[in-house]
Design a protein around this ligand. Sequence first.
Ligand SMILES: Cc1ncc(COP(=O)(O)O)c(C=O)c1O
Length: 383
Amino acid sequence: MYLDNAATSYPKPEKVYEAVLHAMREVGASPGRGGYRRSLEAGRILFQAREAVAGFFSISDSSRIIFTQNATGALNLALYGTLVAGDHVVTTSMEHNSLLRPLYALRNKGVELSIITAGSDGVVSVEDIRRAVKINTRMIAVSHVSNVCGAIQPIKELAELCREVGAFFLVDAAQSAGYLPIDVENMAIDLLAVPGHKGLLGPGGTGLLYAAPHVQLKPVIQGGTGSHSTAEEQPQIMPDGFEAGTLNLSGIAGLHAGIEFIRERGLSAVFEHEHVLLNQAEQALKNIPGVTIYGPSDPSGRCSVLSFIASGVDSALLAAELDHGYDIAVRAGLHCAPLAHRTLGTLPGGTVRLSPGWSTTSEEIAFFSDAVVQCIGKIRKSA
Ligand SMILES: Cc1ncc(COP(=O)(O)O)c(C=O)c1O
């Protein structure tokens, strides 16, 4: 049983596999790299996927969407593509290393960085962020939903703060895209980093960055774009200039199918399904003596993941027992977000994290909960 959809979603809907195979088997060519029909068809697949992404996030100009390998690629492009020495960035202690590490590297190049510690429930205070803003604050960068404890951040209020102080608002939607509604224009998001392979149900190796029309991005990868071939400089044309090299067309075709699947089901139905399963797991886990659950106490403040520890039980050992004894895949440890664990008080061992998906059933969550009881009992007994 796979309960690690926060890492990558599995299984994918059937139509995702079909779209990947169609692009690989029936089309095969690279988009924008030839005038022959196969390449034109590849270009159509790419364009339609971009339009689908635009529709999904209420983006009026789909050329502002740049396909990347994953959310990490999108975050790197957002940061390196906008920041220069002397700029100041405010971020939070709940961030993933995909945001923190490029920021640390940029700090070594003269970008100033303030990391605001969230509350012990993982929710960041808008007022704390406001207090960190300075005259040179160029960006406020936050994850919409914590990948450690599922805390939903107040992004509407943070967007308002960004407007007020004239800073770019970068949202890492790695754990919210495909679960929570995101309307970039209404929500005043300047830069949105999205993985294609998690909640959007596309294949691995897919992701995207949306950059609002007023964001002047610099390309971070130079290379062939299939156009302007005599130019020595990277053409700064959206989106081609930012997608140098051959794209993952079959992956992008699958991502389009994933988005279609969510649209057909309805985003709120997908969210509700997950929410019900997480609540079911929470109720069961709460009844196990010595189990602590992290994140906001009100389930409506959480999304996507549930993190817990059992006193006297090593999280990695519990996850290994669940895997070997019950064939249940959950993640244990720090989930690439060390500061988040410092905030929640779960260093050094981290937490056990479960993240159900669209195909997870209530029976599976019941089986998981029973297995946790058995495994904890076994580990405590052998200690
Ligand atoms: C909050 C957050 N940001 C960024 C990432 C990185 O995503 P990707 O693996 O698509 O690069 C993850 C992945 O788990 C995440 O949870």
